[in-house]
Design a protein around this ligand. Structure first.
Ligand code: NAD
Length: 497
């Protein structure tokens, strides 16, 4: 009998037992557990539980809410190894990578610990004679989060610590492909002293998501996942009168200038392209080399540096990266390599059939390098989300930048150069939301906010950081006068000025 991963509703773990789906260990290829898929009634119950918890939580002083976050941070640190193990079993990440994700998640809990400072509002005395005015940031009510498989710990932690710290209650719908670490972390928050019903977790698929998008009790939705689903979430949530931020897919380019420190650029590219098997929305999947000489040097150095890379099971901490998430996704990734080859690109290092001893059924793709890729190719235009680095050749920096601007995605990008003027021009003008200068994965720290441009984000506000305070609160501005006793005020029909 396989373990069933259930839901967390009003502080209790429960299972419907109506529909379920297998959860795989991608390193072995075996279905190791199953996840219960919430029915409409279960999601409605989760929303009702969040709704019931809201009035008391809204009125809990921000400093008390912050104390829960402090304890939560401590519990996350104490349980870090166990969480990384759960991530590895279901996602396939190696321990060092899972730990990196968790630490970036914990950063967001630390930011939420500062909530009294973040929501204290703005005050102006004497905006008129004897009149004071101030703005408050009030919570919205029940808010929902829908998250992807590739960061089962970090992305949910981008959302609910800040939403809850701001006084909202939350319903989270994690990825059904690797649900265990997300659920375990939510239980830690309950252990930290969060009142029942303030955070609820429902596992499920589109059926569960659609309830969150249409139920009038849900006031806002944060989504992170692929672009087609992000677009659907954004339009449906908006049509139902909800505030929504929906972060989508990516195709992140690195420009490699002829003057770049090539050995450093190669090392940075390896980690950013193949870390986590390329299953990161900030993975660098395209290197645009400026000039043929730079391109030839880059390709030959990358080829040499890729030879010792080790793909393998998550349980071996010596491996550089693990499997991709499912057998179907492995086929999709190798299909893109086939299509690039058929379109005339050169497969320099071929990861289509890696030999991973002892794990023949695992969902592995080896590190792959493809040269002479052009912008018309399908493998260039679409997100691959696998350990595949494509090299495109450009004659000038302007041409390289135009390529990036013309791409439908605008999540992250980077330039490798020693030229400050070129770097400044690049960061000033490129149509991308997160930019690195000799920094391959420019993921903002928790006190900035995270988000792409173009079809990498639907909505106005980015995830976490200062934008999260704005997203999870609504501003109320109060203007007050206490007439002095004995002063009689006249009638005025003019607009107050
Ligand atoms: P996905 O879009 O398949 O799933 C994301 C969530 O949406 C899951 O919870 C899933 O259950 C739900 N979902 C899936 N299909 C749905 C449907 N038809 N209707 C309603 N809900 C649905 O994404 P994924 O494969 O889990 O994650 C990988 C994708 O996420 C990549 O495209 C990656 O670039 C993107 N991503 C983006 C960011 C970012 O910050 N921009 C971060 C991480 C991942």
């Amino acid at each position: 009998m396989k373990t069933t991963v259930g839901h967390l509703i009003n502080g209790e773990i429960c299972v419907d037992g109506v529909r379920a789906q297998s959860v795989f260990n991608p390193s072995t290829g075996a279905a190791s557990k199953q996840v219960d898929l919430a029915t409409i009634a279960t999601v409605e119950q989760a929303i009702a539980s969040a709704q019931a918890a809201f009035p008391a939580w809204r009125n809990t002083p921000p400093a008390k809410r912050a104390q829960v976050m402090f304890r939560f941070k401590q519990l996350l640190e104490e349980n870090a190894d166990g969480i990384c193990e759960l991530i590895g079993e279901e996602h396939g990440k190696i321990h060092h990578d899972a730990m990196g994700e968790l630490l970036r998640g914990i950063e967001n809990v630390e930011y939420a610990c500062g909530v009294p400072e973040l929501v204290k509002g703005e005050h102006s005395r004497n905006v008129g004679p004897g009149i004071d005015s101030w703005s408050e940031f009030q919570p919205l009510g029940v808010v929902a989060g829908i998250t992807p498989f590739n960061f089962p710990a970090m992305v949910p932690l981008w959302m609910y610590p800040m939403a809850i710290a701001c006084g909202n209650t939350f319903v989270l719908k994690p990825s059904e492909r690797d649900p265990s670490s997300t659920l375990f972390i939510a239980e830690l928050l309950m252990e930290a002293g969060l009142p029942k019903g303030v955070l609820n977790v429902v596992n499920g698929d589109k059926e569960a998501v659609d309830v969150l998008l249409t139920d009038q009790r849900v006031k806002a939705v944060s989504f992170v996942g692929s672009t087609p689903i992000a677009e659907y979430i954004y339009s449906t949530a908006n049509a139902n009168g909800k505030r929504c931020q929906a972060l989508g897919g990516a195709k992140n380019h690195a420009i490699v200038m002829p003057d770049a420190d090539m050995d450093n650029a190669v090392n940075q590219l390896l980690g950013a392209a193949f870390g986590s098997s390329g299953e990161r929305c900030m993975a660098l999947s395209v290197a645009v080399a400026v000039g043929d000489e730079a391109a030839d040097t880059l390709v030959s150095k990358l080829k040499e540096a890729m030879a010792p890379l080790k793909v393998g099971a998550f349980s071996n901490r010596e491996n550089d990266f693990g499997p991709v998430i499912t057998g179907a996704h492995r086929q999709k990734v190798t299909g893109y390599i086939d299509s690039a080859e058929a379109d005339g690109a050169t497969v320099v290092v071929d990861g289509r059939n890696p030999q991973v001893e002892g794990y023949r059924e695992g969902f592995f793709v080896g590190a792959t390098l493809i040269d002479n890729v052009t912008t018309e190719m399908k493998s260039y235009q679409e997100e691959i989300f696998g350990p595949v680095l494509q090299v495109v050749r450009a004659n000038t920096m302007e041409q390289a930048m135009q390529m990036i601007d013309d791409h439908e995605y605008g999540n992250g990008t980077c330039i490798f150069t020693r030229d400050g003027e070129a770097a400044r021009y690049f960061s000033d003008n490129i149509q991308v939301g997160m930019v690195g200068i000799n920094v391959p994965l420019p993921v903002p720290v928790s006190y900035h906010s995270f988000g792409g441009w173009k079809r990498s984000l639907f909505g106005d506000l980015h995830a976490y950081g200062p934008d999260a305070v704005r997203f999870y609160t609504k501003r109320k501005t109060i203007t007050q006068r206490w007439p002095s006793s004995g002063v009689r005020e006249g009638v005025s029909f003019a607009f107050p000025s």
